[in-house]
Design a protein around this ligand. Structure first.
Ligand SMILES: Cc1ncc(COP(=O)(O)O)c(C=O)c1O
Length: 489
């Protein structure tokens, strides 16, 4: 342990005369968000530079080759090695999360790190140096709106990732879904079949067009829309099906595509939560007519807010681009052939997107590893079932979500969530089914989705979680499972 800290300190220590580039490299090596500036002669602590200090300096016009000495930095908090932890706790505040501990020669011998891992969030972005570099480039060049090279680059990278002919960036996943509906000509009088167990945006995008979402229950094995029940929901007004790859597990696409073909329906995949997931070894998003993705802050990759549509159909791609940009004719500026929208993505969002695409394989690998660790640690806990994993599916575990059988586990889902919260482990309930939401309440009963929603919760699932973090969560759940059963009515 001591060795690890020493190596970490070494990795993030640079001479106080270093350039901003060298400091950023040190920050990146340590992944602690700061670098230690030391005297090149005797290694004595001189100061520290956080990634926030560097970001502000770049925004103020300093370049990567400028000396870090010119970067305005607040006076750092330090403490002598051996300071009791209670005293250190009092020194932490929102901006002070790491306190270098110094020996008598002022050398950093330890770091007091405010245990941000005390609280384990359900999802958080995974950022590095590139995100900072590319977004800074937008600011420094002034290309901050939707014109700019990163948008096209992001679209091209994403199209290639999905094996699609076209990718069109949008301002978020919901606007991407709305554009998909509009491009397919869906409107008043039409019906679109959606799973009830999804985030509300899937249904809302249908409603925005004047069409009506028709809710279908989940299949227990995948939690996704039950193909066997889709057919019963089809009427002469049905125009499309929107399967959702919930929490990163693909929907049963062969069955859905078969129904769509037989009834002449469009298929729009809502892959907002499933970047990189595979159905029968084919990446999701490009299996139907259009696929959409979300890059909200908690998603597998993020652009802050952001969305993407993918399609192989050039006619649809062209229509989407026009609708995304105020319905403006591509041939004539300020000439509006359709009622369009401003649903464009900005160059700054896309800059984040490009940086995230450069690391998406690592993020997906981390999520698969996280699922293996959870799976091994939670297997055999009575009254818990692990996330779906159909034989034909490659789940990307946007959120690692489990089901509690209250009688067998000895605790209701909400009590388990509250107990974990008290241990600083954040969880989320599964989405409430859309057919029960106040704006859609239909009086319908869709029992599989209702039960899944009532008993399901998502555990912390960030790619950045360490094995120790996951071990802590597993151990907390195992301890609670073994504790005295609560009263179940
Ligand atoms: C299944 C699903 N569809 C659509 C969306 C909408 O995406 P956004 O939040 O980017 O608008 C989300 C997520 O937020 C989602 O989870």
């Amino acid at each position: 342990m001591y060795q690890e800290i020493r190596e970490q300190i070494q990795a993030i220590s640079v001479p106080a005369s270093s350039t901003i580039r060298e400091v950023m490299q040190a920050i990146d090596r340590g992944a602690l968000g700061l670098a230690l500036l030391v005297d090149a002669e005797n290694n004595a602590f001189v100061g520290l530079a956080t990634d926030g200090d560097i970001r502000r300096a770049l925004l103020a016009g300093l370049g990567l080759e400028s000396s870090v000495a010119g970067v305005p930095r607040p006076v750092p908090q330090t403490a002598p090695a051996g300071t009791p932890s209670e005293s250190l706790s009092e020194m932490f505040s929102a901006p002070v999360r790491i306190i270098p501990l110094l020996d008598e020669q002022s050398r950093v011998v330890d770091l007091a790190i405010m245990d941000r891992r005390m609280r384990l969030p359900v999802a958080e972005p995974s950022f590095g140096e590139k995100e900072l570099k590319y977004t800074a480039e937008c600011v420094l060049t002034g290309w901050v709106s939707s014109a700019g090279p990163f948008v096209t680059r992001f679209e091209e990278m994403f199209a290639e990732f999905c094996g699609a002919k076209h990718a069109i960036a949008a301002s978020n996943g919901t606007t991407a879904l709305h554009l998909a509906m509009l491009a397919l000509g869906i409107g008043p009088g039409d019906e679109v079949i959606v799973p009830t167990l999804t985030f509300i945006a899937t249904a809302n995008a249908v409603t925005y067009t004047g069409a009506r979402p028709v809710f279908v229950d989940s299949e227990p094995e995948t939690w996704n829309i039950d193909p066997a029940q889709i057919e019963r929901a089809i009427t002469p007004k049905t125009r499309a099906i929107i399967p959702v790859h919930l929490y990163g597990h693909p929907a049963n696409m062969a069955a859905i595509l078969d129904i769509a073909q037989r009834y002449g329906l469009f298929v729009v995949e809502d892959a907002a939560e499933a970047h990189g997931a595979r159905y029968q070894n084919r990446i999701v998003g490009n299996l139907g007519d259009i696929g959409i993705f979300s890059f909200y802050g908690n998603k597998i990759i993020t652009t802050g807010e952001g969305g993407m549509l993918v399609t192989d159909r050039t006619d649809l791609a062209e229509r989407i681009r026009i609708l995304r940009d105020h319905g403006m004719s591509p041939e004539r500026r300020y000439w509006h052939t359709h009622l369009g929208y401003n649903y464009r993505m900005t160059n700054i969002q896309a800059a984040l997107g490009v940086a995230q695409m450069e690391r998406i394989d690592a993020i997906l690998a981390a999520k698969r590893q996280l699922a293996r660790t959870y799976g091994a640690g939670l297997a055999g806990v009575t009254g818990l079932s692990l996330p779906p994993a159909a034989a034909w599916a490659d789940n990307v575990y946007w959120l690692y979500s489990i089901q509690v059988q209250p009688e067998r586990f000895g605790m209701r889902r909400d009590d388990l969530m509250a107990a974990l919260q008290a241990m600083q482990i954040e969880t989320r309930p599964l989405f409430p089914p859309v057919h029960q939401q106040p704006i859609y309440a239909t009086g319908q009963r869709l029992p599989v989705a209702e039960a899944l929603s009532q008993n399901g919760l998502s555990l912390p699932s960030s790619a950045a979680l360490s094995p120790a973090d996951i071990a802590r969560i597993i151990s907390a759940i195992r301890t609670l499972a073994g504790s005295a059963p609560t009263q179940i009515q």
